[in-house]
Design a protein around this ligand. Structure first.
Ligand code: CTP
Ligand code: ZN
Length: 160
C-alpha cells in the first residue's frame, strides 16, 4: 500500500490526476472548473512522497472522466501529470499530460503594458509554447515569456 492509498480510498469511477507538483493541487481543481462546487466528490492529497518527484500532490474526482482537451490544459500546471481514468475500480486508461502548443483564453499576460491587459482592447489572450522542458510560453501580442512557475498564477478562472 503506498502513501496516498493510506490517506484516501480508491475510487470506483472517475479520474485520478497523479504526479502533480507539490502545491498545485488546488490549481488543478481550478482548471477542472471546481467540480467540488457542483457537489462532485473530490479528494485532494498533498505533499506525499514520490520516487520520481520527491513530493507530489494528487487529485481524485469521482464520477467524472476528464476529456482530452482538459487533460492537455492540465499539463500547463502539471507537466508531468498522469491522468488515470477509473472504471469499476480499475485503471482503464493512463495518459501523460502534454502541454498544448497554443493556449487560447486561459492565461493572463504578465506584462501590464500588454494590449491584452488594456480595458479598451478586449483581446483573447494567446500564448505559443516555446519550450517544453522547462515549460515556457510567450505572449502572441507582446512576446513576453511566461515560465512554469508563473503559469499557475496567471490562470484565468475557467469553467469547463
Ligand atoms: N487509484 C484510485 N482508485 C482506483 C484505482 C487507482 O484512486 N480504483 C489511484 C491510485 O491510488 C494511484 C493512481 O490512481 O494514485 C494510479 O493507480 P495505479 O496505476 O494503480 O498506480 P501506479 O502504478 O502507482 O501509477 P503510476 O505507475 O502511474 O505511478
Ligand atoms: Zn502580452
Amino acid at each position: 500500500m503506498n502513501e496516498d492509498t493510506m490517506l484516501v480510498q480508491r475510487i470506483a469511477n472517475g479520474t485520478v490526476v497523479d504526479h502533480i507538483p507539490a502545491g498545485r493541487a488546488l490549481s488543478v481543481l481550478r482548471l477542472l472548473g471546481e467540480p467540488q462546487k457542483r457537489g462532485v466528490r473530490v479528494a485532494i492529497v498533498m505533499n506525499v512522497k514520490s520516487s520520481k518527484m520527491g513530493v507530489k500532490d494528487l487529485v481524485k474526482v469521482e464520477g467524472l472522466e476528464i476529456e482530452e482537451q482538459t487533460a492537455q490544459r492540465l499539463a500547463l500546471i502539471a507537466p508531468q501529470a498522469t491522468i488515470n481514468i477509473i472504471r469499476e475500480y480499475e485503471v482503464v486508461q493512463k495518459t501523460k499530460a502534454v502541454p498544448p502548443e497554443v493556449v487560447y483564453a486561459l492565461l493572463k499576460c504578465v506584462s501590464s503594458s500588454c494590449i491584452t491587459n488594456k480595458e479598451r482592447e478586449p483581446l483573447v489572450t494567446t500564448f505559443y509554447r516555446r519550450s517544453h522542458k522547462p515549460l515556457v510560453y510567450s505572449c502572441r501580442y507582446c512576446g513576453r515569456d511566461i515560465d512554469e512557475n508563473e503559469i499557475s498564477e496567471q490562470l484565468i478562472g475557467v469553467s469547463l
